[in-house]
Design a protein around this ligand. Sequence first.
Ligand code: AP5
Length: 212
Amino acid sequence: MILVIMGPPGAGKGTQASRLAAELGIPQVSTGELLREARRDGSEVGQRAAINMDAGTLVPDEVVMTLIERRLEQQDCGSGAILDGFPRTVAQAVQLDDMLERSGRQVDRVVSISVTEDEIVERILGRLTCGQCGAVYHRTTKPTAREGHCDLCGGLVSSRSDDNEEAVRIRLQTYSNLTAPVLDYYGGAGRLASVDGSGGLDEVFNRVQGAL
Ligand code: AP5
C-alpha cells in the first residue's frame, strides 16, 4: 500500500505519517528527512541540497527522484510506504506513478492536511528536531521529557535551519506555486482526501485514519 501525506510546511505531515507508520507497520519515507540525512553525512548531494533547503526553495526534481527511487527499492518498503513531503511537483507525481507502475504498484490514497497560516507559523517556530535521529518535538505541544535532549536517542534537539520566518514565508509561497497543483493531479484521479489539520495530535490522527 502506497499512501501520500501532503500539506503545507508545518501542517503536521511528519507527525501524522510517523503515527500512521507505527499503526500500519509500513515505513514512513520523508524526502525532507532523506535530504537532511544526506546533509548530516556530508555527501555532495546533501551539500548541494542544503542551499535550496535553507532558502526554502525546492531541491531539483532529479535529485529527489533518485533518492526516493533508491529508498522505495529497499526491502522494508516491500509491503508499502507512507510518503511524507513527496511528491511536491506535478513532474514528481507523474514520475512516481511511472516508477510504481514498473513494479506493479500504485499510489492508493493521498491525504492532504490543511492548517491556517497563523497555526503553521506557530507550529514551525515552536518545533524542535533531534540533530541525531530526526525525531520531531514542539516546545509547548510536544516537549521532550528532558529539556534539550531527544526522548528516543538522547541527541540534542534544536530548531531546524529552515525554520525561520524568512524561509517559512518562501516555503509557503513555494507550496502554493508548485505543490498545490499536485492536489489537482490526484483529485482528478479520485485518490485525494482532505483533512482538517487543526486541533490536537490525536484529533487530527483520528481524522486522517477516517480519511483512509
Ligand atoms: P520537509 O522536511 O518536508 O519540510 P516541510 O514540507 O516544510 O514540512 P515540515 O517538515 O516543515 O512540516 P510537517 O508538515 O512535517 O510538520 P511536523 O509534523 O513536523 O522539507 C524540507 C525541505 O526539503 C523543503 O523546503 C525542500 O527544500 C526540501 N524537500 C523536501 N522534499 C522535497 C521534494 N519532494 N522535492 C523537492 N524538495 C524537497 O509538525 C510541525 C510542528 O508542529 C512540530 O513541532 C509538531 O510537533 C507540531 N504539531 C504537529 N501537529 C500538531 C497538532 N495537531 N497540534 C499541535 N502541534 C502539532
